[in-house]
Design a protein around this ligand. Structure first.
Ligand SMILES: Nc1ncnc2c1ncn2[C@@H]1O[C@H](COP(=O)(O)OP(=O)(O)OP(=O)(O)O)[C@@H](O)[C@H]1O
Ligand SMILES: [Mg+2]
Length: 356
């Protein structure tokens, strides 16, 4: 198992950053990506940051297209391309990729229900990341693909995305709706319309046949896209369990975040993934630690509070380490609480230097 971030960045092709909400996953994913680029790697960073902090910090637009980030002082081959995924752009590129032909693709993209569904599926952001990850992996242009996970990634839903997909398509009601129409559609669209009318009867009258027809069309057409995607996503899941993929957990050294981290570690272990490193973000300034810990007695309540915080962080890290499953031997990296807001590439580069 790689024992440092540098080894990890040299060896892996895919890195996933996990962590509870707000601990600094997105910021750390940029810092790690910058570190890899500084090692001369061609890096693709897929971020999911609905707050759009990263996009403005990196000067890129929201969307599924990878854009090169302007970074000073990179070695010859080092490069960082980043994309801020939004549901619609990823869904569109999935349709473009997996639709069986141009006509189907055009019909899906112009379907009114598709337009609504593709912007509303925010609950499937992790699924989006997986879809984009596959696309980039297939291109084979990058040395490393880094994936930042969305806020509130419920346990490890992200890593079970094909299941999310299965649920999405296989929920009984969906099947009930899709199957008859699917067969009807094979008989031609005229029959499909008749069938729809018969099947839905009054419902069609209430909702309007056009809306119903659009729904049916959408469900039938999207099924082909989902089938294609499903096959590939199983391969990606295999990659994530294989030697080319690594996992980094980001947490702050404070009790609630650490409890969430322990929970994630537990799930990661149960789901037979590995854990390569833990980033403890927003630690107390390093230069103040020793002086505070060596104080016999604090001379003011504020100093007492700061010393207690340093002690708490130390204990928390020890506890996290002690409770790790036997098979996990991650390296630990500490990142200080920054005094400046992380809103520029330069500020994120300073964060990145702490990972060295
Ligand atoms: N080491 C740090 N020092 C100071 N501020 C930090 C540090 N790390 C992160 N932050 C700040 O904390 C906030 C949350 O960070 P970030 O968006 O990276 O977290 P996240 O885990 O991705 O959040 P979410 O779960 O919402 O996606 C941001 O305002 C960021 O600038
Ligand atoms: Mg984030």
């Amino acid at each position: 198992m790689p024992s440092s971030l540098e080894t990890l960045l040299q060896r892996k092709k895919v890195l996933i950053l996990l962590g509870a909400g707000g601990v600094g996953k997105t910021s750390c994913s940029v810092a790690v990506a910058l570190r890899a680029a500084a090692l001369g790697k061609k890096v693709a960073l897929l971020s999911i940051d609905p707050a759009k902090r990263l996009a403005s910090a990196l000067g890129i637009e929201l969307g599924g297209t990878l854009r090169t980030v302007e970074v000073a002082d990179l070695p010859k081959n080092g490069r960082l391309d980043a994309a801020m995924l939004d549901a619609k752009s990823v869904f569109d590129s999935m349709v473009q990729r997996y639709a069986p032909d141009q006509a189907t693709q055009a019909r899906i993209l112009s379907n009114p229900l598709y337009r609504v569904a593709s912007t509303q599926l925010v609950g499937c952001l992790e699924f989006m990341a997986l879809a984009k990850l596959q696309e980039i992996q297939d291109l084979g242009e990058y040395d490393l693909v880094l994936v930042d996970t969305p806020p509130d990634t419920q346990a490890l839903q992200f890593l079970q995305s094909p299941n999310i997909l299965a649920n999405f398509m296989e929920k009984r009601v969906m099947q009930w709706l899709v199957t008859p129409f699917y067969f009807a559609s094979k008989l031609g669209l005229g029959r499909l319309a008749n069938w729809g009318e018969k099947m839905m009867g009054n419902l069609a009258k209430v909702t309007g046949f056009h809306a119903l027809r659009a729904l049916v069309d959408f469900l039938v057409l999207i099924q082909a896209v989902m089938d294609g995607f499903h096959t590939r996503s199983l391969q990606i899941l295999k990659t994530l369990r294989g030697p080319d993929a690594g996992f980094l957990l980001v947490t702050s050294p404070h009790p609630p975040a650490l409890r969430a981290a322990e929970n994630l570690i537990h799930h990661l272990h149960q789901a037979r993934y590995t854990l390569d490193g833990i980033i403890l973000n927003r630690c107390f300034p390093f230069s103040l630690r020793e002086p505070l810990l060596s104080l016999e007695s604090p001379w003011s309540p504020m100093v007492g509070y700061m010393r207690a915080r340093v002690q708490e962080e130390k204990k928390a890290q020890e506890k996290l380490q002690k409770n790790l499953p036997d098979t996990f031997q991650p390296f630990f990296l500490e990142v200080e609480e920054q005094s400046q807001v992380l809103v520029s590439v330069e500020a994120l580069q300073r964060l990145s230097q702490q990972l060295g």
